[in-house]
Design a protein around this ligand. Structure first.
Ligand SMILES: Nc1nc2c(ncn2[C@@H]2O[C@H](COP(=O)(O)OP(=O)(O)OP(=O)(O)O)[C@@H](O)[C@H]2O)c(=O)[nH]1
Ligand SMILES: [Mg+2]
Length: 452
């Protein structure tokens, strides 16, 4: 039988009301001793919270949720008292005396997960909802909490399960193997599953940007104005700016919140054939940072390089798969019309923004462009809060489906196709927690606040 746990569910400090929550097998007995008698289930009832000698610690509302119809799935008692830290602590001490113990961070939600009230992705969405720094992030977290993410994961898993059954049938009827596997409907269904996965991955990638923040690397030639742009975005002089090319040598990270949108912005050493060993190391780090970025802002000195020759030269060396925005800087010198790429020019198909890091002109355009990249527009409905761990699992699903398609196309043994489908299903199971380890649960729930 699990321990009975207690914690304040409201934040520490003074307030109108503080809520103390108790969950576990001993709740009924504890409630009777604290309140004299248990309130009717789910009916808010005024009561005195009494100490060992029967003296009142506080009075307020008591709410009793019998198992399994409660947040945790266990018996839960909520005590709404006055919002003073001394009262809250006195009440918690009394509950400890009655046999409860203090809850660990996230332990209420962990129990909800263990009692199948929520799956793992929903439990994570609880934390994301509480931590949401913007309306968009909160909306995405709520959609995941309400199960939209999980149900799309489960529906994909079900599709894969059906496919697997079809392939496994071919194993059982070895004579007809070829027929079953050459069934074009099978290939088409696998392709449909891959499309379904791609849509889910896209929605989750957007969601991860909202919850964990987008990592943006500012790159470009020396003196293009990269550090000036970082300082503009940060709103303070984080990086050294001088007229000498090669000023920045190390990576510089700033966590910036732009209208509630979390960003990790990295300033880097200017890309050129290095002058010395220190600069060469700086450039190596710049390239590593770009490879790990969600987006590269490639800064061009529009006055000096109106046709973005620097980008043309660098393009082949940029990491593939990381989206790039061209930033034409120094428009105060170049004029707003300069630096236009024409269709057919390298980079003409990339999004571009013109601005002046010196005067701040165009910064709002950059901000709205980045909001768009993050799925931050009001009304973006296909964003689901997701985490790096979910994306990692979805990537593995994608690899297994690609393998399965290959085996199928090559008419290889059905066992191999079935095995790839099975592994894809396992990876999906990790997201919702049908496949989970204690270590994973520890990592997820320890990041919650206490009382949730
Ligand atoms: N007129 C004008 N000057 C700018 C602008 N942005 C940057 N500068 C100047 O350009 C020079 C280089 O700026 P930095 O921000 O240090 O350039 P950087 O790209 O970080 O250079 P490195 O660190 O050497 O790679 C400085 O003298 C800045 O004041 C701009 O928008 N307009
Ligand atoms: Mg610099």
């Amino acid at each position: 039988m699990s321990d009975t746990i207690v914690a304040a569910a409201t934040p520490p400090g003074r307030g109108g009301i503080a809520i103390v929550r108790v969950s576990g097998a001993a709740v009924r007995e504890i409630g009777e001793r604290l309140l004299g008698q248990l309130p009717q289930p789910r009916i808010a009832t005024t009561a005195q919270f009494r100490d060992r000698d029967g003296n009142a610690i506080d009075h307020g509302l008591a709410l009793y949720f019998p198992a399994p119809q409660s947040y945790t799935g266990e018996h839960v008692l909520e005590l709404h008292g006055h919002g003073g830290p001394v009262l809250v602590e006195a009440l918690i001490r009394r509950l400890l005396e009655l046999g409860a113990r203090r809850a660990h961070p996230g332990e209420f939600t962990q129990r909800a997960y263990l009692n199948a009230k929520l799956d793992l992705a929903q439990a994570e969405a609880v934390a994301d909802l509480i931590d949401a720094a913007s309306d968009a992030a909160a909306r995405a977290a709520l959609r995941s909490l309400e199960g939209e993410f999980s149900s799309r994961v489960l529906s994909l898993s079900q599709t894969l399960g059906e496919l697997r059954a079809q392939v496994e049938a071919a194993i059982d009827f070895a004579d007809e193997q070829i027929d079953v596997l050459s069934d074009t409907a099978l290939g088409a269904r696998l392709e449909a599953a891959t499309t379904q996965l791609a849509a889910l991955s896209a929605a989750s990638r957007q969601g991860r940007l909202l919850t964990e923040g987008m990592t943006v690397v500012i790159a470009g030639r020396p003196n293009a104005g990269k550090s000036s742009l970082l300082n503009r975005l940060a709103g303070h002089d984080a990086a050294i700016v001088t007229a000498t090319p090669g000023t920045t040598r190390d990576l510089l990270r700033e966590r910036i919140v732009l209208d509630g949108m979390p960003l990790h912005v990295l300033d880097t050493a200017g890309l050129r054939s290095a002058g010395d060993e220190i600069e060469a190391e700086g450039i190596r780090r710049a390239r590593a940072a770009m490879a790990a970025a969600d987006r590269i802002l490639f800064v061009i000195d529009a006055a000096d390089d109106p046709h973005a020759a620097a980008f043309v030269e660098e393009q082949a060396l940029l990491p593939t798969g990381v989206p790039v925005t061209l930033v034409f800087n120094k428009i105060d010198l170049a004029g707003n019309d300069a630096a236009a790429l024409e269709s057919g020019d390298v980079g003409a198909d990339l999004p571009s923004v013109r601005l002046s890091a010196l005067t701040g002109a165009g910064l709002d355009t950059l901000a709205s462009h980045m909001k768009g990249c993050m799925g931050f527009e009001a009304g973006a409905t296909d964003v689901l809060s997701a985490r790096a761990r979910h994306l990692d699992a979805l990537t593995r699903v994608d690899q297994h489906l690609a393998q399965a398609a290959q085996q199928l196309a090559a008419r290889n043994a059905p066992e191999l196709v079935a095995e790839e489908l099975r592994r894809a299903q396992l990876a999906l199971g990790e997201i919702v927690g049908t496949e989970s380890s204690d270590e994973l649960l520890g990592r997820i729930f320890s990041r919650f606040c206490i009382g949730k």
